[in-house]
Design a protein around this ligand. Structure first.
Ligand SMILES: Cc1cc2nc3c(=O)[nH]c(=O)nc-3n(C[C@H](O)[C@H](O)[C@H](O)COP(=O)(O)OP(=O)(O)OC[C@H]3O[C@@H](n4cnc5c(N)ncnc54)[C@H](O)[C@@H]3O)c2cc1C
Ligand SMILES: *[C@@H]1O[C@H](CO)[C@@H](O)[C@H](O)[C@H]1NC(C)=O
Ligand SMILES: *[C@@H]1O[C@H](CO)[C@@H](O)[C@H](O)[C@H]1NC(C)=O
Ligand SMILES: *[C@@H]1O[C@H](CO)[C@@H](O)[C@H](O)[C@H]1NC(C)=O
Length: 759
């Protein structure tokens, strides 16, 4: 069933991409160009050996300087395309002027005046007799009609191919534009739905989820099959080996993009015999030359795209509300596509040149070597960006990534130098996007931390002894009004790696006279966070004087999810993921009372009794959480039980705990073992509860319980932040709830939001 949906969705994407490809071909400008007349004649006459041609001059210079050639070209144009001759000749004059030969080439009409009668000039078959190396011409000639047609066809198709290469490149931006439009529309729609929802009990049906029209079922299908689930139904945050798995909607966008690139590499080639550029080559030579150009040009178009998908400060993120994570997944695919295109481009050109065993000649050219190095560096980016590298050595990955990216841009600049700058805009676009991001990072750091240029602004402690979370309180230099969902990058400017920075979600904050104190809670890992932990440990052991330090802040980034407009809100955290939920808890507390009844439940699954008690005693203390149900599940990986947490609480908090199984009556792994929802107990009476249990709930059971509390047209928002496996369970628990079956609801009844601590 699941695979069928996926196949359907992917084939739909394929079907939709094909007409786009055809449409793109249709809009290509095929108006005849006046230059075809001149170049058609020029191409065929290039094969002729005129005695007055000085081969020590350049390719074009030697032609312009040969009166026999000039007379022959003009005679050819007079014979086959006199009406379009002058614009073509203007091109020659322009070329001569650009190369310091202004005035040396006569005007077209002057040449025509001096031209001998056309009938006196022999018409020859350039393709057979003209090309013979031993035939030297000391008189002008006119190529025959067939020769001219081949020359013109060569020109037409060269132009057509160029137009297509660029049109297909542009279509990537059109696709991105459509996605952005979809993103904006989706954002506005979500806002509209959230704002306009009227709390009304559907008296007639009494059913949860309200009306069920065709629009509603379409929307429900969209939520159930497209927007919410992971690509293959389950794994999203949990990778498959080294591969991150997008959600289905992301996968569709990516599939579309990859498919379009693929189709656009395959279509629109036209080859024919007697090609005037490569008269002795087989048709496959023409094909591969076009493929080589197409892939090279499309790779160039894809570069700014992959840059714009990688920035922290990014216009794309601002307008669409996409998360950095989603952009990052797309960034990787755009990069993969560009790299494959670069490889095909390089391989095809290598093949084209190797046929003549002239490789050393090409290697001597700067543009060639730079192109080869650029492709090699692009390929090197892949192993350095693999998931294991990012996980084990994030800083190494980052440095290599930036270095190689810079090297690629510089080499590409030299690679396309031969085109006199016509391909530089794509490179400058990358530089511009990058510079914009970096500049804004500096601006953000400066604004938030300028007062800390000297002195300290941060205190770091461990929650609950030596283990547990690190609690870091940082004074910002200006007063800010944080919103839920924001995260900041923290720098230690006095460390040996002052550029190193790590993202952390803002947990809570206080306004002070001078600015705002931001509180972060984070789990120690192996790198920067571990060094902070060690430093705190030293202070605790009395080895170091204080835990004050200087930390630079860069932010805020991230979007808040509109959970507050829902009547029922289920916030689910695993371990340190509680940090991301705290701002929502406070927002719900501080917001003026909504017009509708609201039921907020926080479920926190945690294994460390020390930090659980610490957070419960502070951020989640009853005075901050009135009217909110808090359920703490102490999972037993570290042997802690509910009573360990309760023992760690200050008495006034412990007094509030309703612990039915504080002794640890066993883990609650399945819904059947869930405590039945008793009347009155879970009713929202505005008082809230703090319950601490041992064991682990299933995500299914949590969602089921929240859904059972929905009345009439009430809606449920589920927001999760925690370990990958738990979040994937939660996503699935929500996405299987859409539909018209037993226990299922319409698309607008439940919404799933996720905060992830990774990308
Ligand atoms: C948006 C966001 C918000 C986060 N909020 C919190 C939070 O509130 N509390 C919390 O405990 N953790 C949070 N994290 C995770 C936290 O950023 C990492 O645990 C931290 O960067 C690890 O630093 P380290 O040097 O000790 O890492 P290491 O031990 O070297 O690596 C541990 C893991 O963190 C990843 N990581 C390391 N550096 C970065 C980086 N600069 N950017 C992204 N990932 C990195 C690595 O890939 C690896 O998987 C958040 C992550 C993101 C992306
Ligand atoms: C060819 O051009 C070079 C450079 O301008 C010049 O020195 C040489 O004399 C020319 N040869 C002939 C045969 O005109
Ligand atoms: C080239 O022209 C010469 C002289 O006209 C002739 O002898 C020779 O056979 C021609 N070569 C070919 C390949 O046609
Ligand atoms: C942060 O600011 C508050 C209020 O101004 C002050 O009491 C505190 O000492 C400051 N913390 C640090 C580490 O400077």
């Amino acid at each position: 069933m699941r695979t069928t949906t996926t196949t359907t969705v992917l084939s739909l994407a394929a079907l939709a991409a094909a007409p786009l490809a055809l449409a793109a071909e249709k809009v290509i400008d095929v108006r005849p160009r006046p230059t075809w007349c001149f170049f058609g004649c020029d191409d065929v006459l290039s094969a002729i050996h005129f005695v007055d041609k000085n081969d020590t001059l350049g390719y074009y210079e030697s032609k312009i300087a040969s009166p026999l050639y000039v007379t022959s070209v003009v005679a050819c144009m007079q014979t086959y395309c006199a009406a379009n001759a002058i614009p073509g000749w203007d091109y020659v004059l322009k070329y001569a002027a650009e190369n310091g030969a202004e005035g040396l080439v006569p005007s077209y009409n002057d040449i025509v005046k001096k031209l001998p009668p056309l009938s006196s000039i022999p018409v020859i078959d350039v393709e057979t007799i003209g090309k013979n190396e031993s035939n030297m011409y000391h008189y002008p000639v006119i190529p025959n009609q067939e020769n001219f047609d081949h020359g013109k066809e060569t020109e037409i198709w060269w132009d057509m191919e160029m137009i297509q290469h660029h049109a297909y490149g542009w279509s990537m931006y059109i696709l991105l534009g459509l996605m952005v439009a979809f993103g904006i529309a989706n954002r506005l729609f979500t806002l509209y739905v959230a704002r306009s929802h009227k709390y009304t009990v559907d008296a007639e049906s009494g059913a949860v989820g309200g009306k069920r029209g065709p629009m509603t079922s379409a929307y429900t299908w969209y939520r159930a099959k497209i927007s919410t689930p992971a690509l293959l139904g389950y794994r999203h945050l949990q990778p498959w080996g080294w591969i991150s798995i997008p959600t289905r909607i992301q996968a569709i966008a990516i599939a579309f993009y990859v498919l379009l690139n693929f189709i656009f590499t395959l279509v629109g080639y036209h080859t024919f015999d007697h090609h005037a550029y490569w008269p002795t080559e087989p048709q496959s030579f023409q094909l591969w030359r076009y493929v080589a150009d197409r892939t090279g040009i499309m790779a160039f178009y894809n570069l700014p795209l992959l840059w714009i998908l990688a920035g922290r400060n990014d216009i794309l993120i601002w307008v669409t509300g996409w998360t950095y994570q989603s952009c990052n997944i797309f960034h990787r695919w755009a990069a993969r596509v560009a790299i494959v295109q670069a490889i095909v481009h390089s391989a095809a050109y290598t093949w084209l040149e190797l046929r003549h065993e002239k490789y050393s000649e090409f290697w001597a050219e700067e543009y060639w070597r730079m192109g080869v190095f650029a492709t090699v560096c692009m390929c090197l980016l892949i192993p350095f960006s693999l998931k294991p590298v990012r996980e084990k050595a994030y800083e190494f990955f980052l440095i290599m990534h930036i270095l190689l990216a810079v090297v690629v841009l510089v080499m590409l600049w030299y690679h396309v130098k031969i085109f006199d700058g016509s391909y530089n805009p794509w490179l400058w676009a990358c530089v511009g996007i990058w510079a914009f991001d970096r500049l804004l990072r500096i601006v953000r750091i400066t604004v938030l931390s300028f007062r800390t240029a000297t002195g300290q602004n941060t205190v770091a402690t461990m929650t609950g002894g030596s283990e547990g979370l690190i609690r870091m309180s940082i004074n910002s230099s200006v007063r800010i009004n944080p919103k839920p969902g924001s995260y900041y990058f923290l720098y230690s400017p006095r460390s040996i790696k002052p550029w190193e920075n790590h993202p952390f979600t803002l947990g809570s904050w206080e306004q002070t006279d001078a600015g705002t104190t931001l509180h972060f809670l984070f789990a120690p890992q192996a790198g920067w966070t571990r060094s902070i932990q060690k430093r705190i440990a030293k202070v605790n052991e009395g080895v170091a004087p204080s835990t004050s330090m200087r930390v630079l802040l860069e932010g805020p980034y991230g979007h808040d999810h509109p959970v507050t407009s829902y009547e029922n809100i289920l916030l689910v955290a695993g371990g340190s993921g509680i940090t991301a939920l705290l701002p929502y808890v406070f927002a719900l507390q501080n917001e003026p009372a909504p017009r509708h009844a609201r039921h907020v439940t926080v479920v926190w699954v945690v294994r460390n009794a020390h930090y659980a008690a610490d957070v419960l005693a502070r951020e989640l203390a009853p005075k901050h959480t009135a009217g909110i149900d808090i359920q703490v599940y102490v999972s037993r990986e570290e042997g802690a039980t509910a009573s360990d947490v309760i023992d760690g609480l200050p008495t006034e908090v412990a007094a509030e705990v309703e612990s039915d199984d504080g002794s640890g009556s066993g883990p609650q792994e399945s819904p059947s073992q869930e405590k039945p929802v008793g009347k009155g107990e879970d009713d929202s009476d505005g008082e809230g509860h703090l319950r601490i249990r041992s064991g682990r709930p299933t995500m299914e059971a949590l969602v089921a319980r929240s859904m059972s509390q929905l009345v009439g047209a009430e809606r449920l928002a589920v927001l999760g932040c925690g370990p990958a496996g738990m979040m994937d369970d939660l996503r699935r628990a929500v996405s299987t709830r859409y539909g018209s079956g037993e226990g299922q609801v319409s698309g607008s009844t439940i919404e799933y939001f996720e905060e992830a601590f990774m990308w």
